[in-house]
Design a protein around this ligand. Structure first.
Ligand code: OSB
Ligand code: MG
Length: 370
């Protein structure tokens, strides 16, 4: 029996962040999120598009995602229906790029499919545990004391690992300060969001003294070969985020030696099915993976937490509790317990937007009939 898709709602919401989040590519004070709701013969499905308001982390951005979904991706869905969510990826393949927009559409269909069959995302993807250890990504701050206060707060909330955002001028000193204050046992890593070049290798090698778990995306998104050269100059393991947009990229990075760890963000690679393929490939090569984040609401978070429960996800992810981002989430909040989040067990995502809250944060809605 095919799943017939009658239409898709594109709903944009504005979610103020509890504190500004600064990275090497910009400052975020509010999350501009596109939600996708598909209405099918099997029922509804929800997903969150991870694109940010400006094309700084990657080339996608919310207005662009809305446009490509409305003009190309949604109209490509066959009116006769699809066999399963897995078919959506193949149907969208002729369109290049736009992984975040594609991921949202495929994930919404997958949610509808799983809700109707009564299976959870975790069970469908192959989760090996019922809760996942969580890390937190800590933005660039104006001063070291301010950073230490923020880290102190997260450590006391129970986070299992701390990730510091770095950029030229904010790297060795903040790492040294956090190590001195919290000791060598704290699981600590850094993320440069592509802010360095190979010329900075000596500066980055100074981080080798601090026993970091990894350095994430030190160089530009398309500098796979240079990441391989840098990896030879550092003792800190190199992890790729932005550079890995597909399983093919992951295979190339592994065979080049461009990374020894991968941050898997399902949206960046086009969806949860491609994310699982990268997990399987990495696992076969003995490459640890962890689940990244894009400041998601509870909708995106639910699916990420399910993915993070797969057996190859051996490092804590950026799957933080809802309160790290928002005063009020659009779903029941994800709450950290003993440094972990529970993997949702209900059908599909196992959660849904709370209608009143959703309406209160909605800035625009659009219905596209098939
Ligand atoms: O590089 O991992 C990143 C947030 C937005 C865009 C890119 C990144 C991040 C984070 C935060 O580091 C992850 C999260 O807590 O969701
Ligand atoms: Mg990153």
């Amino acid at each position: 029996m095919k799943t017939k898709i009658s239409g898709v709602e594109l709903r944009r919401i504005a979610m103020p962040l509890v504190a500004p989040f600064r990275t090497s590519f910009g400052v975020e004070t509010s999350r501009d999120v596109l939600l996708v709701r598909v209405v099918t013969s099997d029922g509804e499905g929800w997903a969150e598009c991870a694109a940010m308001s400006e094309p700084r982390y990657c080339s996608e951005y919310v207005d662009g995602a809305l446009d490509v979904l409305r003009k190309f991706l949604i109209p490509a869905l066959p009116t006769g229906g699809v066999d399963a969510a897995a078919a959506v990826g193949r149907i969208l393949e002729p369109f290049t790029g736009h992984h975040m927009a594609k991921s949202a559409l495929e994930s919404a269909v997958l949610d509808a499919q799983l809700r109707s069959s009564g299976e959870s995302f975790g069970s469908y993807l192959g989760a090996a545990r019922d809760r996942v250890p969580c890390g937190v990504s800590v933005g660039i701050m104006d001063s070291i004391p301010e950073l230490l206060d923020a880290v102190e707060g997260y450590v006391s909330e129970g986070y299992a690992r701390i990730k510091l955002k770095i950029e030229p001028g904010w790297d060795v000193e903040p790492v040294r300060a956090v190590r001195e204050r919290f000791g060598d046992d704290l699981l600590l890593q850094v993320d440069a969001n592509a802010a360095y070049t190979l010329v900075d290798a000596q500066q980055l090698a100074k981080l080798d003294d601090f026993g970091l778990l990894l350095i994430e995306q030190p160089l530009a998104n398309d500098d796979m070969v240079q990441h391989a050269q840098l990896a030879k100059l550092l003792r800190t393991p190199v992890c790729l985020d932005e550079s890995i947009e597909s399983a093919a990229d992951a295979a190339a990075a592994i065979s080049l030696g461009a990374c020894s760890i991968i941050n898997i963000k399902p949206a960046r690679v086009g969806g949860y099915l491609e994310a699982r393929r990268i997990h399987d490939l990495a696992r076969a090569h003995g490459i640890p993976v962890w689940c990244g984040g894009m400041l998601e609401t509870g909708i995106g978070r639910a699916a990420n937490v399910a993915l993070a429960a797969l057996p190859g996800f051996t490092l804590p992810g950026d799957t933080s509790g809802s309160n790290r981002y928002f005063a009020t989430d659009i779903t029941e909040p994800f709450v950290l317990s003993d440094g972990h989040l529970d993997v949702p067990t209900g059908p599909g995502l196992g959660t849904q937007p709370l209608p009143e809250i959703l309406d209160a944060v909605t800035t625009s809605r659009e219905w596209i009939a098939l």
